[in-house]
Design a protein around this ligand. Structure first.
Ligand SMILES: [Zn+2]
Length: 380
């Protein structure tokens, strides 16, 4: 077998010729055209090499042409490495024996180009503003075996329909004004990797720092142990997230009341303390005011905790979770499948709270977003 590659193939073909010379015990002049067997792929990844293996029932001189290039060799079996071209290409092959009998063959080979994903995402965002990222693929693209979208190296949950991949994201509160990079990485069925980037310009989020002056006895629940305990509850609940969004209608305001503290406000709990961002929206209302699920989902956490107080967390799929803090009573349990508007609890002042209110969060892949940006709006 002559294994040839690049410029060395002529030399290999000459060696093949020499070998034939030695064993030239040709069975008279055959009158039938050479029979040829070819092993070659019908679909190839464009711009990458592929192998073909050709054999004939007798030593022949092969003439092969593909993509405007011609290759010749005298051999009975020939292995060639060709560089795949994009689109539909014809490979022609002729085999001629010493008696002049010839056979001619044609093969169609389709070269699949590297998919160039078309990315749609906003150009400008402010921290905590939820947005969608859509990645469309050209129709001729080969099946994608893996697609990842990350924002500043943090992975976002990706869900897909037939023609595009979608993720919801947000720039975290506290991010500096400037640029953040969305990276789309996909691996196709030929194991080729494509990376596309999209730059988000992050706007300023100027807000005055609120001085909450929370009483020391209320603040005493904020200990490293309590923080760690609650973070572990949230993390475990997030880990089992449903990949696909389950909602079919816009999100709703979960309680009626006065909007008492906006999302994203920088604040200090005590004078001279550290500035922390407000990761939710506060709705102040009397104890016992009904709290409704903002949308369809599965209850993934429900219980009483030192900081969050009466706490419920709902998984809406697609990496989106709603959180409800400080409830007086809970009306749902972990595992409950609930519809949009289902009564899930009652407003209270449990946990780190100075008066009856609902602290409502909407998180996307763990990043807090402005809850009011979801109301009456259909995402993605
Ligand atoms: Zn709050």
């Amino acid at each position: 077998m002559a294994k040839v590659k690049g410029t060395s193939w002529v030399i290999a073909a000459l060696l093949g010729l020499a070998a034939i010379g030695v064993t030239a015990v040709l069975t008279a002049a055959e009158a039938t055209p050479p029979r040829v067997h070819a092993e070659l792929p019908a679909i190839v990844p464009a711009e990458l090499p592929f192998n073909i293996l050709i054999s004939a029932d007798r030593p022949v001189s092969f003439t092969l042409s593909y993509g405007g290039e011609q290759h010749e060799a005298v051999a009975q079996e020939l292995r060639l490495e060709l560089l795949a071209l994009s689109g539909a290409q014809t490979l022609t092959l002729s085999a001629r024996d010493r008696a002049g009998n010839a056979s001619h063959h044609r093969f169609e080979i389709f070269g699949i180009p590297l998919a160039q994903p078309l990315v749609r995402a906003p150009e400008r965002v402010i921290p905590g503003e939820p947005f969608s990222i859509r990645v469309a693929l050209p129709p001729e693209a080969i099946a994608i075996s893996e697609l990842r979208i990350s924002l500043a190296d943090m992975p976002l949950r990706v869900f897909r329909n037939d023609s595009e991949a979608v993720a919801l994201g947000a720039v975290p509160l506290g991010s500096a004004a400037g640029e953040q990079l969305l990276t789309i990485k996909l691996i196709d069925g030929f194991n080729r990797t494509v990376v596309a980037n999209h730059t988000l310009r992050v706007g300023d989020y100027p807000q005055p720092v609120q001085e909450l002056n929370v009483a020391a006895n209320v603040l005493s629940v904020v200990t490293p142990e309590n923080r760690a305990l609650e973070a572990a509850v949230v993390e475990a609940a997030q880990a089992a997230a449903k990949p696909e969004p389950v909602w079919r209608e816009p999100f709703l305001l979960p309680a009626e009341g006065r909007l008492s503290s906006p999302f994203g406000a920088p604040r200090r709990f005590v004078r001279g303390g550290q500035v922390a961002f407000h990761h939710g929206t506060d709705i102040a209302a009397p104890v016992g005011t009904p709290i409704m699920a903002t949308n369809r989902g599965t209850v993934v956490a429900a219980g009483f905790y030192p900081i969050r107080g009466g706490f419920t967390m709902i998984d809406h799929g697609g990496g989106v979770f709603s959180h409800y803090f400080h409830q007086a009573r809970l009306h749902v349990q972990v595992g409950d499948l609930i519809e949009r508007g289902t009564l899930i609890g009652e407003i209270g002042s449990t946990g780190l709270s100075t008066g009856p209110h609902l602290h409502w969060e909407m998180r996307v892949s763990g990043i807090s977003t402005d809850p009011l940006a979801w109301v009456d709006r259909m995402f993605p």
